[in-house]
Design a protein around this ligand. Structure first.
Ligand code: FHN
Length: 477
């Protein structure tokens, strides 16, 4: 008894550093995230008022959250429009429950995107949803409270460098032709060229360093002082002008919150963060060995609300993407852009509902899994390790014509079942190959999953480390 108590006290002491704080190993820190696998990204701000249309023209290129930059909307005009932002139909519980029903385990929300509008009350800039609109509700706070109510992890996206409405913020240079056919295009292009992307004198009233110390750092302090203890993720974006010294100041703010998982976009290459961020695509297997990673992807073709969206992804596409990503060891952060009233477009909701229906039956094949190193043509093979053995989840995209799935070099199968109903699946071994007979019931299932419980563990893989490899961040130049 005494020995047990001693061991417990020793374990506790070992888990505390000299300042009495909990020290998490990297694996411990990433554990919930790896379990989670699937999250909701939300891009939302006053840009949803435009929905990708300016002066009657559809924005020519890029996500609609970029409308201010691509259409070169003057700061005073954008600010005036933002002051009318009144998303009276926003319901944080509804948003969180939509994510939960889709099988998502965390939400990453744009607390401030590049337009500089804070979706939370801020003393560092009046350009925020509480102080700058009659609407006056603190959306970030409402969302955090709803996440707490529904057991959903919450993460914050924060644009630490680009800021187009707070003076001194970075402004990526985009050609006027990516916006609308402005008669002053030649003049504007010359101006942006001469002023590091800025298109309005108000953006030049301060240095970047002043912006960083007056707005970005204090706002991050505000967010951390309010929510740091239960914040799960910080998603920085488009590092641009930030220096290593400034990035270090930002990083120092996070010291008291060791549980926060940070992406790789604070400042490259010296601030690699905890995970890599391929964008809009499934990375090659070889590029994501030995690192934590998450693909962020749109459910349509724009991060921010696009009133004329016509490229919605189907639930089939999302399920294939999610399971392929899981088979390669990553997470999927799937984005929606609510409209100006606060509603997620119906097409996105329908898609997420269908994904949720599939996840309720087959989620076991996704949560808490790891890369399998097996990549057949007919679908995804996802691995999950128990204390003594591994399971392989065979997620079928196409049913093989001969009705047989062949796997090379896996340990003997103890039990094989169709995940949807637990019915047995026939398995045989011939010349070292495991042959799985696809049951007829698979023809009735959308992406059926066959679960193979193995007698032993799959061998431990020797992985390359891609720690030095970075995925391109779109839109920065
Ligand atoms: O410019 C942004 C874009 O608007 C969006 O926020 C994405 C999400 O990853 N990040 C940047 C482009 O990489």
């Amino acid at each position: 008894m005494k020995k047990t108590l001693f061991a417990a006290v020793l374990a506790l002491l070992l888990s505390l550093n000299t300042f009495g704080q909990n020290v998490l190993t990297q694996d411990e820190k990433m554990q919930w995230w790896n379990e989670a696998k699937f999250g909701l990204f939300v891009h939302w701000g006053p840009y949803s008022l435009y929905g990708g249309v300016y002066n009657g023209f559809q924005q020519a290129r890029g996500g609609c959250e970029w409308i201010m930059n691509r259409c070169k909307i003057p700061v005073s005009e954008y600010r005036a429009k933002a002051s009318t932002f009144s998303p009276v139909e926003f319901d944080a519980d509804k948003l969180v429950l939509m994510a939960k029903d889709a099988g998502m385990k965390y939400i990453v929300f744009t607390t401030k995107h590049h337009d500089g509008f804070a979706m939370f009350q801020s003393d560092a800039s009046e350009f925020n949803i509480v102080d700058y609109t009659h609407f006056g509700r603190d959306i970030v706070d409402e969302l955090v409270q709803a996440c707490r109510r529904h057991g959903m992890k919450i993460g914050f996206y924060y644009s630490q460098s680009q800021d187009w409405c707070n003076a001194g913020g970075a402004t990526a240079r985009k050609d006027m032709k990516e916006g609308w056919p402005n008669p002053d295009s030649t003049y504007i292009n010359a101006f942006t060229k001469a002023h590091r992307g800025a298109w309005d004198y108000r953006q030049l009233e301060k240095t970047f360093d002043a912006y960083f110390h007056d707005v970005a750092l204090p706002q991050m302090k505000e967010l951390l002082s309010r929510y740091g203890k239960d914040l799960a993720v910080i998603f920085f974006d488009t590092p641009m002008s930030i220096t290593d010294a400034q990035a270090q100041e930002m990083k120092d703010l996070l010291k008291d919150f060791p549980q926060i998982i940070v992406n790789d976009r604070l400042k490259r290459p010296n601030y690699p963060g905890d995970y890599k961020t391929p964008e809009g695509r499934i990375p090659e297997v070889k590029d994501v060995e030995g690192v934590w990673w998450e693909t962020c992807m749109n459910i349509g073709s724009s991060w921010g609300y696009k009133s004329w969206e016509n490229k919605w992804k189907s639930s089939d596409e999302i399920i294939r993407t999610l399971t392929t990503i899981a088979a390669r060891g990553g997470n999927l952060l799937l984005n929606v852009g609510p409209d100006a009233l606060g509603n997620v477009p119906a097409e996105a909701r329908t898609c997420l509902k269908e994904v949720g229906d599939w996840m309720r039956v087959n989620g076991e094949a996704v949560y808490g899994t790891q890369r399998s190193g097996i990549h057949p043509e007919w679908g995804a093979v996802i691995r999950k390790d128990g204390p003594r053995n591994s399971c392989c989840y065979l997620c079928l995209y196409d049913l093989p014509e001969d009705g047989i799935l062949a796997l090379e070099g896996i340990p003997a199968v103890r039990k094989a079942t169709l995940l949807a109903d637990g019915s047995p699946v026939k398995v045989s071994v011939r010349k070292g190959r495991t042959l799985v007979t696809v049951p007829e019931a698979c023809a009735r299932e959308k992406f059926p999953v066959i679960k193979l419980e193995l007698k032993r563990k799959l061998p431990k893989e020797t992985l390359l480390s891609n720690a030095d490899l970075y995925f391109k961040i779109a839109d920065t130049d």
